[in-house]
Write a protein that binds this ligand. Structure first.
Ligand code: ADP
Ligand code: MG
Length: 578
C-alpha cells in the first residue's frame, strides 16, 4: 500500500530520466503514487528483475471523471458484472495500446487478468461511488539488466493513459454492451434465486447453446452447427426476468433425475452446462440462462487422491481384515473409494445437488446387478452402490441428484424424472421408463440398509495449515487452474471440474493460508471454510492477502473445502457425536 501525498507526473519523468541505463534495481525508486490529470497511478510493487513476475500497478479514476451511472453497479449482481466487464475492456485496451514486449524478459508488457466465459467477482477492477480502480501489471523495460527509461516513459505517459481513457471512462465505452453484460448477470442471478421456490434444481432456457467449440475451447460451438436447446413440453417452465422479460426453458425438478440416451447424443454436454450453471456467463456464451442451484457439486472418481479420515460407511464398510471405514484415510484412493469420499465431503459442506456422469464414475460404486449379488453376496462386498443410496439422500437429506446413465436401466426404479437425449434434443421419458421398469421388474436386491447413514463433520488440526518450513518464507505459486504449489507441497486439483478460472485457484491458494487462522482444533472444516467466505463477502477478495493484487476471482466454499481435503498436510479429528 502506498500512502501519502501523490507525486507529480513530472517527477516520475525526472526519475525515469535519472535511472535510465542504470541497474534494474533502481526501478525500486518508482514505488509510490502519482497524480495524472484524470487519475492516480500507484506503483505498488516493483519487480526485482526483468524476468521476475511483472510489477503491480493500479490506476484510480474518480467517479467524477469515470462517470459510471449508478444503475451500472447499484446491486451486487450488477457491480460484479460491471467489474468483470471493465476488466475485459482494460484487457482489450492493453492489447490495442501497449507496444508489446520490448527488451529483456517481460519488458514493455502491460496486461490485466483475462477473464473467460464466466462472469466472476474479480479484484482486478473495483468500482464504488467514489472511484473506479484497475489493477494491472507492467513489465518495466530493460535491455539486459539496464533500465530502459525511454520505453518506460512511453508506457507511463502514452500507453497507460490511452488504456485508461478507452476502458475506464464510461462515455468512451460501448454502453449497449456494458448494459447487456450487467443485465445478463442480473437475470441469471435472479433466475438462480428463484429455483428453490419453483421446486427446481436447475433451469435451461430454450434456445441455449450448450456445446463448446472444442474440448479445450470453452467458447460456444459455431451456431451453424449447434442444435439449440429445446425443453420437452412436460418440463417447460416460464419465468419473468427483470431485464429479458418472459423466458421459457426446462426446469429440472428436485429429486433424482436421470439423463439417458445413446452415446454422443449430448448427455455429458447437458450435465457440463449444469455443472457450470453455478456461475453466470457472458453475453454470447450460449449458457447465459442455464442456471443451477449454487450448492450443486460435480462428483467423480479420482483415483490416487488422498483421503483424510472420512466416514465412508454409507458407501463402504467391512473391508477385508476387519479394516474399518468410519475414519478412512489413504494416500492413494481407488476409483470407488475416491468417488465415495468426494460425495461424502460434498455433503459435509452442505451440497444440496450432486451431479454425476457415468463417463467419469467408478462403475462398481454406481451399481451392482442381480447376478453379481448372487455370486458375491453383500456380506462379502464392502461397497454399497449409489443406486441404493440415491433415494435415501433425497428423502432423508433433501439432496437431489442428476446422473448421466446410458448403460443401466436399473436406475429407472429410483428416478423421479428421466430425460432422454436424442440428437441433442431432450425428451421427457419418465413415464416410458416407468413402464419399462414394470414390464421388466428388476431382480436386484436392495442393499442400502435402513438409512443413508451419518455424515460426520471433521475438525482440522492447526498443523494442517502450516505449509512453511521453519525459518523460511512461504512460497506459493499457481501453475494452472488445477495445479499449485504451497511450500514443498503440490496441490493437485485436477478433479475439481467446477474450477474454471486461474484467478479462483490463486484466491483458493491464498485462502488456504488465510484459513489457518481459524483452524484452532475446535472449528469444523465447514465452519472454517464458511468463515473465510463470510470474510470475503464482507471485506472483498483483498482480505486474502496483505499485498494488493488484481489476480483473484471468487470461488465457492465447495472448491475451497475440496482444496483443503486434498492438502498433503491435512490432519483432522472427528467431531464427537451427541
Ligand atoms: P454423450 O455424453 O451423450 O456421449 P456428448 O455430450 O459428449 O455426448 O456429446 C457428443 C458430441 O456432440 C460432442 O462433441 C458435443 O460437442 C456434440 N454436441 C453436444 N450437444 C450438441 C448440440 N446441442 N449441438 C451440436 N453438437 C452437440
Ligand atoms: Mg458422455
Amino acid at each position: 500500500m502506498v500512502e501519502g501525498k501523490p507525486k507529480s507526473r513530472e517527477e516520475l519523468k525526472r526519475t525515469l530520466k535519472r535511472i535510465d541505463g542504470k541497474g534494474y534495481k533502481f526501478y525500486r525508486s518508482l514505488k509510490g503514487c502519482y497524480a495524472w490529470p484524470k487519475y492516480l497511478l500507484y506503483v505498488d510493487h516493483v519487480q526485482s528483475d526483468p524476468f521476475a513476475p511483472p510489477s503491480r500497478l493500479r490506476v484510480r479514476v474518480p467517479q467524477k471523471v469515470a462517470g459510471f451511472p449508478k444503475d451500472t453497479y447499484h446491486n451486487k449482481s450488477r457491480e460484479i458484472a460491471l467489474r468483470d466487464f471493465l476488466t475485459r475492456c482494460f484487457h482489450d485496451a492493453c492489447k490495442k495500446f501497449c507496444g508489446g514486449k520490448r527488451g529483456t524478459g517481460n519488458s514493455g508488457l502491460i496486461t490485466i487478468e483475462k477473464p473467460g466465459q464466466e462472469i466472476l467477482e474479480r479484484n482486478s477492477v473495483i468500482v464504488n461511488e467514489s472511484f473506479v480502480e484497475a489493477r494491472f501489471t507492467a513489465g518495466l523495460p530493460a535491455h539486459g539488466r539496464r533500465i530502459d527509461g525511454k520505453t518506460a516513459e512511453t508506457m507511463f505517459s502514452k500507453e497507460i493513459p490511452r488504456i485508461v481513457e478507452q476502458s475506464l471512462i464510461f462515455q468512451n465505452l460501448d454502453g449497449e454492451k456494458l448494459y447487456e453484460h450487467v443485465e445478463v448477470a442480473e437475470d441469471a442471478d435472479y433466475l438462480r434465486s428463484r429455483l428453490e421456490e419453483m421446486g427446481l434444481i436447475a433451469f435451461v432456457a430454450d434456445g441455449s447453446i450448450l456445446p463448446r467449440a472444442s474440448g479445450v475451447d470453452p467458447r460456444p460451438m459455431d451456431r451453424r452447427l449447434a442444435v439449440p436447446f429445446r425443453s420437452p413440453e412436460s418440463l417447460r417452465v416460464k419465468v419473468e426476468l427483470p431485464n429479458r422479460g418472459l423466458v421459457t426453458g426446462m426446469g429440472i425438478p428436485k429429486g433424482v433425475t436421470l439423463i439417458v440416451g445413446g452415446g454422443y447424443h449430448g448427455k455429458s454436454t447437458l450435465l457440463k452446462a449444469l455443472e457450470l450453471g453455478v456461475y453466470n456467463h457472458i453475453p454470447g456464451d450460449g449458457r447465459e440462462l442455464v442456471v443451477t442451484n449454487p450448492s450443486a457439486v460435480k462428483v467423480r472418481a479420482e483415483d490416487g487422491r488422498r483421503i483424510e479420515q472420512v466416514n465412508l460407511t454409507p458407501f463402504i464398510s467391512n473391508l477385508p481384515r476387519g479394516q474399518t471405514t468410519e475414519a478412512f484415510s489413504t494416500e492413494n484412493a481407488s476409483g470407488s473409494t475416491s468417488q465415495a469420499a468426494n460425495i461424502i465431503e460434498a455433503l459435509e459442506m452442505g451440497a444440496k445437488v450432486l451431479l454425476i456422469d457415468e463417463d467419469t464414475s467408478a462403475t462398481n460404486l454406481m451399481f451392482r446387478d442381480r447376478r453379481m449379488q448372487e455370486l458375491v453376496p453383500k456380506d462379502r462386498e464392502p461397497i454399497t452402490t449409489f443406486i441404493d443410496k440415491v433415494r435415501q439422500l433425497y428423502l432423508e437429506k433433501d439432496v437431489s441428484t442428476v446422473i448421466v446413465v446410458g448403460s443401466s436401466g436399473e436406475y429407472f426404479d429410483v428416478a423421479d424424472c428421466v430425460i432422454c437425449m436424442v440428437e441433442y434434443v431432450p425428451y421427457d421419458l419418465t413415464r416410458e421408463a416407468r413402464k419399462v421398469a414394470e414390464k421388466y421388474p428388476s431382480e436386484r436386491r436392495q442393499e442400502g440398509g435402513e438409512s443413508f447413514g451419518e455424515v460426520v463433520s471433521r475438525i482440522p488440526l492447526p498443523q494442517s495449515f502450516r505449509f512453511r518450513r521453519p525459518g523460511r518464507k512461504l512460497k506459493a505459486s499457481v501453475k494452472g487452474v488445477h495445479l499449485a504449489r504451497l511450500g514443498d507441497h503440490v496441490l493437485n486439483l485436477w478433479a475439481l471440474e467446477q474450477l474454471v478460472d486461474i484467478g479462483q485457484t490463486r484466491a483458493i491458494v491464498d485462502a488456504l493460508v488465510y484459513a489457518g487462522k481459524y483452524a484452532d482444533g475446535k472449528r469444523s472444516l465447514r465452519e472454517i471454510v464458511e468463515q473465510v467466505l463470510r470474510d470475503i463477502e464482507e471485506k472483498g477478495l483483498d482480505v486474502l492477502s496483505p499485498k494488493i493484487s488484481g489476480g483473484y476471482a471468487a470461488f465457492r466454499k465447495f472448491e475451497l473445502a475440496a482444496a483443503i481435503n486434498r492438502l498433503p498436510t491435512l490432519k483432522v479429528r472427528l467431531e464427537r457425536k451427541g
